[in-house]
Design a protein. Structure first.
Length: 502
């Protein structure tokens, strides 16, 4: 085993790469060796506070390599309360390089693993199997947070020589399941397996999705599409599996929902780099939807900073209801009002579990979509149009409609086209929400609050208004508040019905 030291940034030459806020260290070299032999190099260094987002360690890979393996450790010194400690992510790019766009991308595990391997016939979850070709590979280090003392790391890179195995052609899930025609379909579009930082296998997630009454799910691993080829056996006539990614940048996360199989979307940029539009367009070219996730989350790098001009929907409810979800719901409602003022399109809301491991509940919450069939295209079209509501579980079901005086009617995500002073009746039918209160929210705020529903959980609420009084109306089902004047957590909420002419 040979050793090298990168020291601090001043100890070795550093070069800017094609990706923003990234630096490249001096390279690690190997010589060719006999089949069956194994060689390792250990690299040590220290990253100071204020390090760039990504630091690349080039590895000169000779011909005849069967497997590349990388293990790493880093120190975790004590820090004052409220000060971020050390957290170091890791991934790898092959001989095609590290240019933004990810042509050389071969895998990412973030901080979920301490080692990984890549070879032609297999790879660690989160990484892509394929030949370990001759050329310059790059170990990608992502100093997520760095303690005031700095972050000292150690990498051990091991090459095993020999004939490569055979790379298996990937098989992907179908884009259609056995649906019920035009109907309401339930889905969870933000989930993590062991192919990123989750702890469940795809098969386990599929079992939990079926138990939760879901019709569709979306694969959304952090910064990797390596799971795409592992979902075919999970899909079935009763479960549509869409493929995507959670693009996890330093300025917020966005779910690519239902992209073409094998689509990788790069994450190595911040809002100030003005590059998000390029990758949002890539998601749509690949047949996917752009859905900013947990936009007001408080974790480092989780709060959404890119704006919503490129979004197709927004994840307003993420996992168990918390204060940042309440802020996201209020912010989304303000965006609805702004869309009316500016005469532009509105942004539908979604909800997903973001489940990683037990006890995270798959399908809580879930997005319930009115779609023409249980297909990738139909589900996406329903989400994009806002014909959906968010429910805490499959127990909660609702019907929400508005009707005018001459038989005109509209449902969730639609417009009731009547005159400004035409009487309008709004009707909500609910099951599965015992003791919940119904709130009807408009561009003026909450204009109607019902008495609690009976313990059976079923009930009907009607309200009469006019388009001049309420430009839109949406429904919230709220549990009883634990204390104080604040509303309790929701059991469900709907996208709006718009009232009046455009």
């Amino acid at each position: 085993m040979c050793e090298d030291s990168h020291g601090g940034f001043g100890r070795r030459a550093l070069f800017m790469t094609g990706a923003a806020a990234a630096l490249t260290l001096g390279s690690v070299s190997f010589a060719s060796a006999a089949d069956g032999s194994r060689e390792s190099r250990t690299v040590r260094g220290t990253l100071p506070p204020g390090s760039p987002d990504f630091v690349y360690v080039p590895v000169e890979v000779p011909a005849g390599v069967r497997e590349l393996k990388v293990a790493y450790t880093y120190d975790r010194p004590a820090v004052p309360a409220g000060t971020p400690g050390n957290a170091l992510d890791i991934g790898v790019f092959d001989e095609h390089g590290t240019e933004l766009g990810g042509r050389g991308f071969r895998g990412w595990s973030g901080g979920a693993r301490t080692e990984f391997f890549v070879r032609a016939d297999d790879a660690t979850p989160g990484y892509l199997p394929g030949p370990v070709n001759e050329g310059t590979w790059h170990i990608a280090l992502g100093p997520y947070t760095v303690a005031p003392q700095g972050l000292s790391y150690e990498l051990t890179i091991t090459l095993t020589y020999g004939e490569p195995g055979e790379t298996v052609e990937p098989v992907y899930p179908p884009e259609r399941a056995k649906g019920r025609g035009r109907a309401w379909y339930r889905g969870d579009c933000h989930l993590h397996s062991w192919h990123s930082d989750g702890r469940r296998t795809p098969a386990e997630i599929g079992e939990l999705a079926r138990a939760a009454g879901l019709d569709f799910i979306n694969s959304s691993e952090h910064n990797t599409h390596a799971a795409h080829a592992h979902w075919a056996g999970v899909a079935g006539d009763d479960l549509l599996v869409l493929l995507g990614e959670e693009i996890t940048t330093r300025n917020g996360h966005v779910v690519a929902l239902g992209t073409d199989p094998g689509t990788f979307v790069d994450w190595r940029y911040r809002a100030r780099d003005n590059r998000f539009g390029r990758f949002a367009r890539q998601i749509r070219r690949a047949g996917g939807l752009v859905v900013p996730a947990h936009p007001h989350a408080t974790c480092v790098g989780c709060n959404w900073k890119f704006g919503f001009a490129e979004a197709d929907a927004v994840e307003v409810w993420n996992g168990p209801w918390t204060p940042d979800d309440e802020v996201a719901l209020a912010d989304w409602d303000s965006m609805l009002v702004a869309s009316l003022r500016d005469g532009r399109g509105w942004l539908p809301a979604m909800g997903s579990s973001d489940a990683h491991r037990s006890p995270d509940a798959v399908g809580s919450p879930q997005t319930v979509v009115l779609a023409d069939d249980l297909t990738r295209a139909a589900i996406q079209e329903g989400i994009r149009a806002g014909r959906s509501y968010v429910a805490e579980s499959a127990r909660v079901a609702l019907s929400f409609r508005a009707s005018g005086g001459r038989g005109e009617h509209a449902g969730i995500g639609e417009r009731l086209t009547v005159g400004r002073d035409t009487p309008v009746t709004v009707r909500l039918e609910v099951t599965g929400a015992p003791r919940c209160t119904v709130r009807l929210v408009t561009d003026q705020g909450v204009l109607h609050t019902s008495a609690p529903l009976p313990v059976s959980g079923s009930g009907v609420v009607e309200w009469r208004t006019t388009p001049s009084y309420a430009a839109y109306v949406r429904a919230e089902l709220r549990h009883e508040a634990a204390a104080g004047p604040l509303p309790g957590p929701p059991a469900a909420f709907t996208n709006p019905i718009f009232l009046g002419r455009d």
